[in-house]
Design a protein around this ligand. Structure first.
Ligand code: TXA
Ligand code: MG
Length: 339
């Protein structure tokens, strides 16, 4: 179906809630990225999400609720360790994968017996969820494979004409999708790193990082991990290690010599090393939160600028840096250069 996509202001949140109650899709802000929501208990409504995004049917959706009381109908009773995580991190950027009840349609879970749930930490999202008074299934509001949207205009770049409306809450805070934690077995397992880090979780519960390695005969634990992700049009090369600055300089010269349009993405202290080259500024060195909030916008900017190659300097693979490196490596695919 084709729409004239409406931009709703925060004051029009009631109109957004009404669309959701009518079984339509709505893009809305959360503290992580913009989501594309629909009534999780309405299979037709959920099908609209998959078609607007061109999302593979086996990639499950996260259900968003305003309060834990809404979870009784969605997931089986949980234990004290799970409760501790809810008490500590909700509302917040932590998705808990738990055994689902019969009420949750398989279209939401991609056929799995488990479902991801979270309470988002964003006043407008919470207001929307309260007014709609429904559990809302919502993946990130990008076309499948593209960088997740952190601003309403990113949503429009991908979804204009494909959805009835986007609720504009300005730029999102965290900038990377929630941590996905599988709580269906022990130790708990991080399927996707995010702003609630391995280090944070390990203080509360036994937890390990999923290796994320795919073998031919083993289904991935988080189906979303097998797809190419977060990719701009350009070829992305991620450079890590002690000689990354020199390596990026020489790669940039090579590509420029081939007549290609090149951008460098790195922390602001690096800018002076790349005069005359499009520079995508990840923020102050060591400030993971700044980088996390910016990287999807920067990848989209590289498209706007018509870049053919984006050379990215990696960050330290710890705390929030793990989530940043996870998204950058996926954007780079196999083009990761160790120096
Ligand atoms: O921050 C976020 O999580 C955003 C906002 C909108 O809440 N949502 C988001 O959704 O990033 P999406 O669909 O783009 O990513 C959901 C991820 C996928 O990698 C999916 O495979 C995984 O969560 N996932 C969802 N349900 C799962 C389940 N039952 N078992 C394993 N992985 C699951
Ligand atoms: Mg996504």
């Amino acid at each position: 179906m084709s729409f004239t996509t409406k931009i709703l202001t925060p004051a029009q949140v009631g109109e957004g809630a009404e669309l959701l109650r009518q079984g339509q899709c709505l893009a809305f802000p959360t503290e992580t990225v913009y989501g594309l929501g629909a009534n999780a208990l309405d299979e037709e409504a959920v099908a609209r999400i998959f078609s607007a995004k061109n999302r593979p049917a086996d990639n499950p959706l996260i259900i968003h609720v305003a309060a834990t009381s809404q979870l009784y109908q969605l997931v089986e009773p949980w234990d004290s360790q799970v409760q501790l995580l809810m008490d500590t991190y909700w509302p917040g950027p932590l998705t808990l994968v738990l055994p689902k009840t019969k009420a949750v349609p398989y279209i939401v879970t991609g056929g799995l017996e488990s479902v991801g749930v979270r309470i988002p930490d964003h006043p407008l999202a919470l207001e929307l969820l309260r007014q709609a008074d429904l559990p809302i299934a919502a993946p990130s509001a990008n076309t499948s494979g593209r960088p997740s949207p952190t601003r309403a205009n990113h949503v429009l770049e991908d979804m204009a004409g494909r959805i009835p409306a986007v609720l504009d809450g300005g730029p999102t805070g965290v900038g990377l999708e929630s941590t996905v934690l599988d709580c269906t077995s022990r130790p708990f397992r991080i399927l996707r790193p995010g702003a609630v880090t391995l280090e944070d979780l390990a203080k509360l519960v036994p937890v390990e990082q999923d290796a994320g390695q795919l073998t031919h005969d083993e289904a991935p634990r988080s189906p979303g991990m097998k797809y190419r992700h977060y990719s701009p049009q350009a070829r992305v090369e991620l450079v890590v290690g002690g000689r990354s600055l020199e390596t990026i300089s020489s790669l940039a010269q090579d590509y420029l010599g081939q007549g290609l349009r090149v951008a460098v993405m790195a922390t602001s202290d690096r800018q002076q090393s790349f005069p005359g080259i499009i520079f995508l500024d990840m923020g102050s060195p060591g400030q993971f939160q700044e980088a996390a909030a910016r990287i999807y916008d920067l990848l989209r900017q590289s498209d706007q600028a018509g870049c053919q190659v984006v050379l990215i300097e990696g960050v330290a693979d710890q705390h929030l840096g793990r989530a940043i490196m996870n998204r950058l490596s996926k954007a780079a695919g196999t083009n990761v250069i160790f120096t």
